[in-house]
Write a protein that binds this ligand. Structure first.
Ligand code: NAP
Length: 286
């Protein structure tokens, strides 16, 4: 059980974690921290937080565990502000969607506290943001990936593992590089495709009519294009190399479809669709 948990960035991910841990009786006190007092006050009203502070160094004082749940672009400055306020034994973790940039930020700011930092990423979310979007079952039966470094304190890894397990998540460990490669393919690329499809269609002169006839396929494919633009800007910049090579590969795939249509080649189209359908049908747990 965690006596005192501090969550910096009490949005969808941070508030869902607090709610899940409270529901399981795994945490006694949750302190929130963010830039906007109104949303922290809302967090108290919703039972997500017990108290809050607008000052990072004050919010982390005396905490057993600190969870960084701010956008990736805000990690470095948040870590810098909290470093001086951390107790020697405080375990620090984060939920950022890309890991190499977070580890780099931590190495640059946390000093000796780096060994108590356990990089993490819950593979769960929705397109909604803010404290009111949180719900206690978000992590139930989902994966959380931890990417500890060779010098990460094993006790800190245990604490973070048990915290996520208490939310109902299945915890896995892998290297930072592997995480960023896999997540670029399964999460970051699909978001880029959804954002760019909606952007493309919205620039067409008859966009009102096009969106007027949009049905299930369009809705399923583009739901995630309603996600927070700041968060996705930061993910693109943080995981740019992995994402760029996947975008190039995807462009070749689209070229292949274009060529098959241009060549009036039914076999090429059929084979591509048949193979993709087969692969998609194997993914039964999605
Ligand atoms: P969110 O709902 O927008 O919450 C982000 C929180 O961070 C807000 O409470 C905001 O509060 C605070 N914040 C924003 N900008 C800040 C800044 N510059 N400095 C300090 N605080 C700031 O976002 P989220 O979906 O919870 O995402 C949070 C983190 O989780 C991100 O790193 C994201 O990569 C990761 N993640 C997201 C998902 C997902 O599907 N959404 C899934 C897994 C991981 P104030 O405005 O009051 O400061």
């Amino acid at each position: 059980m965690i006596e005192h948990l501090t969550i910096i960035g009490v949005g969808l991910i941070g508030s869902s974690l607090a709610l899940a841990l409270k529901q399981q009786g795994f945490v006694k006190r949750v302190t929130g921290c963010g830039r906007t007092e109104a949303s922290l006050q809302k967090g108290v009203e919703l039972g997500v937080l017990d108290d809050y502070s607008l000052a990072v160094s004050e919010a982390v004082a005396g905490a057993d565990v600190v969870v960084l749940a701010v956008p990736l672009g805000a990690m470095h400055s948040t870590m810098r502000q909290m470093a001086a306020g951390l107790d020697a034994n405080t375990v620090v973790t984060d939920v950022g969607s890309a890991k190499a940039s977070v580890v780099e930020d931590a190495r640059a700011t946390l000093g000796e506290h780096m060994t108590n930092f356990v990089p993490g990423h819950p593979i769960a979310g929705t397109e909604r943001s803010g404290v009111e979007a949180g719900f206690a079952t978000l992590y139930q039966d989902r994966k959380t990936i931890l990417t500890p470094e060779a010098d990460t304190n094993p006790q800190a890894i245990d604490v973070v593992t048990q915290m996520w397990q208490a939310t109902g998540a299945d915890v896995e460990t892998m290297s930072v590089e592997h995480h960023d490669h896999v997540l670029a393919a399964t999460s970051h690329l699909p978001h880029m495709l959804a954002f760019s499809l909606v952007s493309h269609l919205s620039k067409m002169s008859d966009q009102d009519e096009i969106f007027g006839y949009a049905a299930g396929g369009f809705r399923d494919f583009t739901r995630i294009a309603a996600s927070d633009p700041v968060m996705w800007r930061d993910i693109c910049l943080a995981n740019g190399d992995a994402l760029l090579s996947l975008i190039e590969g995807y462009k070749l795939e689209l070229d292949h479809v274009s060529q098959a249509i241009r060549d009036n080649n039914p076999d090429a189209l059929y084979e591509l669709f048949r193979d993709a359908k087969h692969t998609r049908e194997q993914l039964r747990n999605l």
